[in-house]
Design a protein around this ligand. Structure first.
Ligand SMILES: NC(=O)c1ccc[n+]([C@@H]2O[C@H](COP(=O)([O-])OP(=O)(O)OC[C@H]3O[C@@H](n4cnc5c(N)ncnc54)[C@H](O)[C@@H]3O)[C@@H](O)[C@H]2O)c1
Ligand SMILES: [Zn+2]
Length: 340
């Protein structure tokens, strides 16, 4: 169990290695509505409180203003007031959507998150950021709003497709790269156990990964400086995702390799770091590059929101476990791509 206090008066308790039945206990007789992934809910229905349910069609397209508005209307039609707890059950799409709705409906109602993907357990549900997409731009409307509890039941991960497991692992490898050499080595030594979701392995890596994300957030709740480190692999990765449609985690894996190559090129880290990262990603069946032309990705990246006045923030590794935020001029990046 982890707790975090992140500035908006709510103390979030993160229950790791918990069971779904805990949700009912945490509600303790309060009125609740479940906002669920329509594919996921039927699997776990019996273990969840019997109450009103709003089912959301899975997929990124459900993270929209239109979908949020539909949920608001449904809440209103069902007479949901400020004393009701919204419980979001699903992957990052559902935790983001439910977080956004809970933050804005009646100016804020209580929220519990039940992340059901590896990515949502170690990343999307942690930190209070929520968002919906608008006109093809990802995550541009949202708030920072903390849930009162996050319930991580590892057993629900068993039905995840392998791609979703690998995608979650990519974000955890990111956590290793930005903070912890020892954990990097643990991943290298336990790849099989992790991919097959062996419980002892999950008991090690999930709470650890949550703690790393939590530490970066606590150091910078409003995302002005050090929290950006969590974007390692994402500057290039988001563009790869936009252009290729690859799974987010796969795109982040490619983005981490790109940033590390750039760091080697700038003399910030040794080629050994790149070799170790590529080796680890490969072990988990994650990609280290893409066949798409780098110029196409470059153009997509320029359109991304993180650009500021001709420079792009990159998180570049110095070694495994240590990174630096570096402003790279677009011209420098162009030259690097041309050479490579
Ligand atoms: N708020 C944040 O800080 C943050 C951080 C990272 C990612 N995100 C967001 O998270 C989203 C991605 O999250 P995701 O990868 O969890 O995607 P997702 O919610 O789309 O889930 C992926 C797929 O897995 C299925 N699924 C979920 N749980 C399952 C289970 N237990 N068994 C079988 N299938 C299951 C879903 O139906 C879906 O098809 C993106 O929208 C991203 O922007 C947010
Ligand atoms: Zn990510």
């Amino acid at each position: 169990m982890e707790t975090m206090q992140l500035g908006n008066e709510v103390n979030t308790t993160i229950y790791t290695d918990a069971s779904l039945e805990l949700v009912g206990e945490l509600l303790g007789g309060r009125r609740a509505v479940l906002i669920v992934d329509a594919e996921v809910y039927p699997r776990f229905k019996e273990r969840l409180p019997k109450t009103l349910v709003y089912s959301v069609t899975p997929g990124e397209h459900s993270k929209s203003m239109r979908q949020a508005a539909e949920v608001y209307r449904w809440l209103q039609n069902n007479g949901i007031d400020r004393d009701t707890v919204l419980v979001g059950i699903g992957g990052g799409v559902i935790t983001d959507l439910t977080g956004f709705v809970a933050a804005t409906y009646l100016r804020g109602v209580s929220l519990i998150l039940v992340p059901t993907t590896l990515l949502a357990q170690v990343d999307a549900s942690i930190g209070g950021k929520n968002a919906v997409n608008l006109d093809g731009f990802k995550n541009i409307i949202g708030t920072i709003y903390q849930p009162e509890a996050i319930v991580c039941d590892y057993s629900v991960l068993a039905s995840l497709p392998i791609e979703e497991i690998r995608g979650g692992v990519a974000e955890m490898i990111k956590h290793c790269m930005i903070s912890d050499r020892e954990q990097f080595d643990y991943f290298a030594a336990h790849a099989e156990e992790i991919l097959s979701l062996r419980r002892e392995a999950l008991q090690t890596i999930i709470p650890w990964s949550i703690r790393i994300k939590k530490e970066f957030i606590e150091a910078d709740v409003f995302d002005r400086s050090i929290r950006r480190t969590l974007n390692f692999g994402h500057t290039w990765g988001h563009a790869v995702e936009a252009v290729t449609g690859l799974h987010h985690g796969y795109a982040v894996a490619i983005g981490m390799c790109f940033a590390t190559r750039l760091a080697v090129h700038k003399g910030l880290c040794s080629p050994d770091v790149l070799n170790a990262l590529e080796g680890l990603l490969t072990r988990f069946g994650l990609p280290t590059g893409t066949k798409t032309l780098p110029w196409v990705i470059f153009e997509a990246m320029k359109r991304d929101k993180k650009r500021s006045a001709g420079n792009i923030h990159f998180i570049l590794p110095r070694s495994i476990g240590k990174t630096e935020i570096v402003d790279i001029a677009l011209d420098e990046l162009k030259a690097f791509i041309k050479e490579g």
